[in-house]
Design a protein around this ligand. Structure first.
Ligand code: COA
Length: 389
């Protein structure tokens, strides 16, 4: 029931709806290309670091040496958690989902913000960097506390990826593991107007604070159709357990209309370029760690799925190998989605800053198809018929 004269087009899922112009990320889903600020993802994965990529995304250009050093130092100086945050994490039930712990802790960081009332561009970036810097510390502190261990302080001089692995295990990580973690973080740092970036943008458009903005993004990223797919994909590989069982699994899953996790994408109608990079890293890591069965099982699932899905536009996405890679780095499965968050904060900050340069409140519409003008019946007089109208 509505009084609209023009027919309404409902964009359920908002496919192909553009909400802003952007210079941050370009995805060519037909030719399998991805650019951050104009730089190809393959070049960034080969030559850049997570810190440099985060600077590029947020400030729009590659930093000069002193700018990069200052930026890296600034992140390092924000990494440690204060006592109230650590006490909060200690108060969480040890069985809590790490994404709940992360979402709650990031939200609580706002309580300790030294300049809560400033909201110009530099202040927003600074708050974003504080969140970016502290996210790995929160994830590691929660993981250690739930396992009955003391959190480890960040180690000065270690870069972000290395410090994450260090705070998680208490050991300085192997250089190749650090390299893989760094590349994985670059690959997860940004991906245009996906669901969580849109959630951040919606919250930002109300002129809410950075902590509310990033908390919205974390809540949205969590679902298995978005950031949660990496955990689901690894669980599938573990469940299948052996390359010889992959074909049977894929056949059964597709016959039951189940989705194969780590496959399909709203934008890529061919393979995801990040998948190629992670698959290569995964293969190398599997040989180094002697965990080839896990990798080969993922590969066999991919081969079977590609055979069965031939002719569709469903191809492997970033999550088909990210879980396998994180597992081989010794990271617990339920930390995979939090890791996605700690990388993606950089893209969220970049988009929020860009959107707020020409803000417009995001307020779409819903086409009302219900009734109007129903008579209000007092509760005592209701017969039950009203409840069924
Ligand atoms: N396995 C099997 N079939 C799949 C599939 C998958 N991974 N992904 C999509 N499909 C099928 C759907 O069942 C649907 O088939 P139908 O038309 O016969 O019903 C068709 O492809 C279109 O799916 P739809 O959900 O409308 O496409 P989308 O653009 O909304 O899907 C995803 C994008 C990511 C939600 C979807 O591909 C998916 O659920 N993938 C698995 C989760 C995942 O890996 N997410 C990480 C993304 S980076």
């Amino acid at each position: 029931m509505n009084s609209l004269k023009e027919p309404v087009v409902i964009h359920k899922g908002l496919d192909n709806v553009y909400v802003k112009e952007s210079g941050i990320c370009y995805i060519d889903g037909e030719t399998s290309r991805l650019f951050y600020r104009g730089y190809g993802i393959e070049d960034l994965a080969t030559h850049s670091t997570f810190e440099e990529t985060a600077y590029l995304l947020i400030y729009g250009r590659l930093p000069e040496r002193t700018q990069l050093n200052d930026f890296t130092q600034r992140i390092e100086s924000y990494r440690a958690l204060d006592h109230p945050t650590l006490d909060l994490i200690r108060s969480f039930p040890t069985k809590s989902d790490p994404m709940d712990a992360l979402r709650t802790s990031v939200s609580a960081l706002g309580l300790g913000d030294p300049h809560p009332l400033t909201d110009d561009t530099e202040a927003r970036i600074d708050k974003g960097l504080r969140i970016l810097a502290k996210t790995p510390s929160i994830i590691c502190a929660f993981d250690r506390i739930r396992n009955g261990q003391e959190p480890i302080q960040p180690k000065p001089g270690l870069r972000h990826a290395a410090d994450f692995l260090y705070m998680l295990s208490g050991r300085e990580p192997d250089p190749y593991d650090t390299h893989v973690m760094d590349v994985a973080m670059i690959l997860h740092a940004e991906h245009e107007m996906n669901a969580s970036t849109f959630a951040c943008t919606v919250t930002a458009s109300t002129l809410a604070d950075m902590y509310s903005i990033i908390t919205s993004g974390i809540g949205t990223l969590r679902g298995p159709l978005h950031g949660g797919a990496n955990e689901a994909a690894l669980r599938t590989v573990m469940e299948v357990g052996d390359p010889s069982k992959a074909e049977e699994y894929v056949d059964q899953a597709l016959a039951q209309k189940k989705r194969i996790m780590g496959f399909g994408h709203r934008v890529y109608k061919t393979w995801d370029p990040r998948y190629v990079i992670l698959k290569n890293l995964g293969q190398e890591l599997a040989v180094r760690k002697g965990q080839t069965r896990l990798f080969d099982t993922a590969l066999a699932i991919e081969t079977s799925a590609m055979k069965r899905l031939e002719g569709s536009s469903i191809f492997p996405n970033v999550d088909s190998y990210s879980g396998v890679v994180f597992h081989m780095l010794g990271i617990p499965t339920d930390l995979f989605t939090p890791i996605f968050v700690m990388s993606r904060v950089s893209g969220w900050v970049a988009h929020v800053v860009e959107y707020l340069q020409a803000n417009r409140l995001i307020r779409p519409k819903a086409l009302y198809t219900g009734k109007t003008g129903l008579p209000y019946v007092p509760v005592e007089a209701r017969t039950g018929l009203e409840a069924r109208v």
